[in-house]
Design a protein around this ligand. Sequence first.
Ligand code: KIV
Length: 278
Amino acid sequence: MSIHQSVQRVTVPQLMSRKGQRKIVALTAHNSVMAQLVDEFLDFILIGDSTAMVAYGLPNTLSITVEQIAAHSAAVARSTRHACVVADMPFGSYQKSCEQAFENAAYLLAQGHADAVKLEGGANMAPTIAFLTSRGIPVLGHIGLMPQHVHTMGGYKAQGMTDAAAQQLLADAQAVAQAGAFGVVIEGVKESVAAEITAEVTVPTIGIGASAACDGQILVTEDMLGLNGDRVPRFVKRYADLANEIKAAVQRYADDVRVGAFPEDKHCFGIKAPPANK
Ligand code: KIV
């Protein structure tokens, strides 16, 4: 399918109108095959910076570039026609200045064919979010456990655990929403805090490890399909065990090749298939 064919995607205003109405369902995808499989079931697809780990085997999300996210985003956009396409802004691509953020976000929309971008940060990123949204770039915020802050957090830890930290998270969510973000991802936050933020902010909250109190949910697809080995956070529910299914299939293929059971005549050119038994 070409991205130039007419496509009726879920739009950013439609996502916003779902606040308090119908839950928003999202997953990550970074390649054409997965994007095609998940598209019809989702409201938005995130080309997350977790692509760094899932597709490139990197130890964290920090090293992926804008060009890489744009290439994966373009693949997802080309292969889908339903879900809104949101591309993550990589670490270092938006923190320096509003102008830097605009240049890279515009690249993700223009070359990555994304409908919106996501960036991490609370009140500190509000001026950047306002700069982008007032120039035609829809922004999804991301607060709480922010993987791009792994070094300042000292690991991947639940956030907002004290009263003061919870109040700061609420202030962050409000600042992000007031700056014009169409929604905010809340990651790694306890239920009571996620519930309070969801009740207080006017835009949809999308939870990952933040309880069912949120207006929607997102997971890394490879985690929920059981493709990520044993590195699965507690907040992930595994809906399939594809790693073991894939291993079993590859084992059967390897056995067949080794004993000469594959390919059979029907898989070969120039060998007539035997007549079917009557
Ligand atoms: O990169 C990512 O996968 C994310 C999560 C919120 C799903 O940012």
